[in-house]
Design a protein around this ligand. Structure first.
Ligand SMILES: [Zn+2]
Length: 122
């Protein structure tokens, strides 16, 4: 299951962010998963649960945003939502579509716990 190595490198990225911002723990990790990313959300969730304790943030939660597959028609310029991997422009019937969204597994947001507030109230 290649999700384990993908999630591990994601968590490495989170760890660097955490250190850079003086975080003591990570509470929430938000990721984007597109239909063409090759990542199965369910398996990513399992991998996260498996790995997160190793990083020392057992309470961290994973939030997955499943984004639709979007493309631009190269012939008429229409923005197309690709359903069921059907690469055809509903407007002009062209099959030359360029994927603009939905082909990535990437980090969107990280919520950190810090020992001291990052932005003191006073
Ligand atoms: Zn078109």
């Amino acid at each position: 299951m290649h999700e384990v190595s993908l999630v591990r490198s994601l968590l490495n990225q989170v760890e660097r962010l955490c250190e850079a911002h003086g975080g003591t723990a990570v509470t929430d990790v938000e990721v984007e998963i597109g239909p063409l990313s090759g990542v199965e959300p369910l398996l990513a969730r399992e991998a996260f649960a498996l790995l997160v304790a190793d990083f020392g943030w057992p309470a961290a939660e994973l939030t997955i945003e499943e984004v639709p597959l979007m493309a631009i028609c190269q012939s008429c310029g229409a923005e197309v939502t690709v359903e069921s991997f059907r690469f055809e422009c509903p407007g002009c019937g062209s099959r030359s579509l360029k994927v603009t969204r939905g082909d990535q597994f990437r980090l969107l947001n990280v919520t950190l716990e810090t020992a001291t507030p990052m932005e003191p109230a006073s």
